[in-house]
Design a protein. Structure first.
Length: 273
């Protein structure tokens, strides 16, 4: 069990808020790492010299923030993972600010283009070989689910080999959004999924070759063109005029975020097999 440092002095006022801020700082600094358990409620109450209900209120706030997970009768566990916190934040901004699906997908094109540019400069030969292998696995998939997972892994790999952690986290999440949205809009098995996944395989291989030849400008340009084609294919999956397609896509985005991004509801980052 991880033992938190001596708690900060709690002043009069919103006592629970001060406890939340102190524990939050310990979690984000790594003093209370992901997976560790907080002290029991009674211990925390004694450390902060407050009542049990005040501690329970603080834990509820930390749970709502996605920093801890708690169940009745057991100590709270730290669940602070960068990708999850980022997903919660982005999803909140998208929904509160009514960001359109086209704007979200357009941002992904910019981010992945930058990731490809950095990868061309920074990735090792071994990492580029891994990117090429990830591209090959897309065509080996036998179902929409497998194909979507392979496509997600390809772009997660591209993001990771940029060696920019913040950029990689942004790319991973928004790629998950685009791929999940494309699957939803395509109708799944027997639908239009192949128009996005299968037909764009040559463009993905071109991305790999641009990175492999260490040409940052070409890599960024190829990724931008790829995303332009991908967004066009997703947009035409709905019938009707341009405005109807845009509104429908934005509604589908909001529904996907509600279903997949939340405390305990976020899809996991793809893992290497």
């Amino acid at each position: 069990m991880s033992t938190p440092r001596t708690p900060a002095k709690v002043f009069r006022g919103r006592v629970a808020d001060q406890i939340v801020e102190d524990l939050r700082e310990q979690i984000l600094s790594g003093a209370l790492p992901d997976g560790s358990r907080l002290p029991a409620e009674r211990e925390l109450a004694a450390q902060y010299d407050v009542s049990g209900p005040t501690i329970r209120e603080s834990i509820r706030v930390l749970t709502a923030m996605g920093l801890v997970s708690s169940r009745n009768g057991s100590r709270a566990t730290v669940t602070a993972q960068g990708d999850t916190l980022l997903a919660l934040s982005i999803a909140s901004v998208v929904q509160v600010e009514k960001v359109s699906a086209r704007e979200v997908l357009g941002l992904l094109g910019v981010l992945n283009a930058f990731a490809a540019e950095l990868a061309a400069e920074r990735a090792s030969d071994e990492e580029i070989a891994g990117l090429r292998e990830a591209a090959g696995r897309i065509t080996e998939a036998e179902s929409v689910e497998e194909s979507a997972a392979a496509l997600q892994r390809f772009f997660a790999t591209l993001a990771d080999i940029s060696h920019n952690p913040l950029l990689a986290a942004l790319c991973r999440f928004i790629s998950e959004v685009q791929i999940g949205l494309a699957v939803k809009m395509s109708g799944g098995e027997g639908g239009d999924w192949g128009r996005v996944a299968g037909r764009l395989q040559p463009a993905r291989l071109e991305i790999v070759e641009a990175v492999a030849t260490r040409d940052p400008a070409r890599a960024a340009a190829v990724v931008r063109d790829y995303h332009r084609q991908a967004v066009e294919r997703v947009m035409v999956m709905r019938k009707g005029d341009e405005a109807e397609r845009s509104d429908g896509l934005t509604e589908a985005l909001a529904a996907w975020l509600r279903a997949n991004v939340g405390l305990g509801g976020r899809i996991s980052r793809p893992r290497e097999e």
